[in-house]
Design a protein around this ligand. Structure first.
Ligand code: BGC
Length: 437
């Protein structure tokens, strides 16, 4: 008797369970939203036609390109919702930490911003967290639509793991044209010319170089460009491949020169972020700014300055003919519930139309080789040419040249160097961090 009652109980529970499931799926078929029975993980990873885009593009100079891409996606895919999950902080200062926690907790966003190179390969590919996209590239005939060097940066062991949306250049100085004219300054091409110009500006009471290293990557970026000038592209690459040591005398010379540049920056550099430092150049308080060309997007689209009228640009002295490559890419993490929806977003991001909507606002050039140059201003056109004709090197400050572990330590060492200016300590810190590369 007891057994019969227990059997009946089990039957009723099962019947209720099946009924609940079928009503849920009929709710889906009707297109009704139904949150019942879902777990309460935050990732929005349930398959409900939503794509969560994780990046650090928020606010001035960063967000407009992404919003244009999302708008294009929504026009083409009205049935798939977008969750714009951006975490503020230049160069991913905060976003990368949030991402790491989520990835470790198996709660990946549908897709996320990641630099091509070691940031992608040593972090997420090595941890087996990314889907290979070779077939996706083949199906969409993208293999010859992106430069080989970029495909290499997003590949590991013959598999491709993400899609580049842009190419930023890191070894650029932007300058205030009026300030240069007023002080009779010519565009410097060597470090000697640069320091001569900086002295002249300083004597005239103008801040020669704007810096905002509240987040220390902006200073690391200056240092990597000095390193590139000192070592040249081949040895610069060897340094990060571990074939040349950080105790090479040229690295110490680069540190000296980096220290010398720091003598010309604004006093309040430690309390400014990159946009705040760019404003100093925009309003003429400072003359020059070394910044990736997202600063071009900021000048032109946020501050309404005109390229080659209000601001000009030149390659970081001693690095003409070289191109510090920074590429923002997006891939497909393993374990995402709705990979087909995510792929629809990746298709828009990879398309000529998507890249030409995004990049003119972002200040970058398109990663695709068949984009329309007429959509870009003179800076964009010049940079497209430079990309084709330059030696390409991966940026340290923006994740391509070395692992995140090394970059974190390099940023700390730079931060200490900026205040202490102790070359020996700085070199020692880099030497100790090198095994992490
Ligand atoms: C990214 C750019 C971004 C910049 C400032 C870089 O690491 O590649 O897309 O604009 O950081 O946040």
């Amino acid at each position: 008797m007891k057994k019969k009652i227990f059997g009946l109980f089990i039957f009723v529970v099962l019947a209720l369970f099946i009924a609940a499931c079928s009503s849920e799926s009929s709710g889906d078929a009707d297109g009704k939203t139904d949150d019942a029975g879902k777990d309460n993980s935050e990732g929005g990873s349930d398959s409900k036609g939503e794509v969560e885009i994780f990046s650090w593009w928020t606010g001035a100079g960063e967000e407009d390109g992404l919003l244009a891409l999302i708008e294009l996606f929504e026009e083409k895919n009205p049935d798939i919702a977008i969750d714009n999950a951006a975490v503020s902080g230049g160069a991913g200062t905060n976003a990368k930490a949030v991402l790491a926690t989520r990835m470790q907790g198996n709660d990946p966003p549908s897709t996320f911003q990641v630099h091509g190179g070691e940031e992608l390969n040593k972090s997420w590919v090595a941890a087996d967290k990314m889907e290979p996209l070779n077939d996706f590239y083949e199906e969409n005939e993208w293999m010859d639509k992106f430069p080989e060097e970029l495909i290499d940066l997003v590949s590991s062991d013959g598999n491709i793991y993400s899609i580049p949306v842009n190419i930023h250049r890191g070894n650029v100085f932007f300058y205030n044209i009026q300030v240069f004219e007023d002080n009779g300054i010519e565009v410097p091409t060597t470090m000697d010319e640069f320091f001569a110009a900086a002295d002249k500006l300083q004597e005239a009471g103008t801040i020669p170089v704007a810096l905002g290293d509240k987040e220390s990557w902006t200073a690391t970026q200056i240092f990597e460009n000095v390193l590139l000038g000192k070592l040249g592209p081949d040895d610069y690459k060897k340094l990060f491949a571990g074939e040349i040591g950080f105790d090479d005398p040229r690295v110490a010379e680069a540190a000296e020169q980096f220290g010398k540049i720091l003598d010309y920056v604004n006093e309040d550099h430690a309390s400014r972020n990159w946009q705040d430092s760019a404003q100093l150049v925009a309003n003429g308080e400072a003359a020059m700014l070394n910044m990736g060309d997202w600063a071009k997007g900021y000048f032109a689209n946020d501050l309404d300055l005109e390229t080659n009228v209000d601001f000009g640009y030149f390659a970081f002295p001693d690095t003409d003919g070289e191109f510090q490559v920074i590429t923002d890419t997006f891939g497909l993490p393993k374990g995402v519930d709705n990979p087909d929806d995510v792929k629809e977003f990746l298709k828009v991001l990879a398309s000529v139309e998507g890249q030409d909507a995004f990049n003119p606002l972002k200040g970058s050039i398109p990663a695709r080789i068949d984009a329309d140059p007429e959509k870009y201003d003179q800076y964009g056109k010049d940079t497209m040419e430079d990309f084709k004709n330059s030696r390409l090197v991966p940026s340290l400050a923006h994740g391509s040249a070395a692992s995140e572990g090394f970059l974190t330590k390099a940023n700390q060492a730079v931060n200490i160097f900026v205040t202490q200016r102790d070359v020996d300590n700085f070199i020692q810190a880099l030497v100790s961090a090198a095994p992490e590369m």
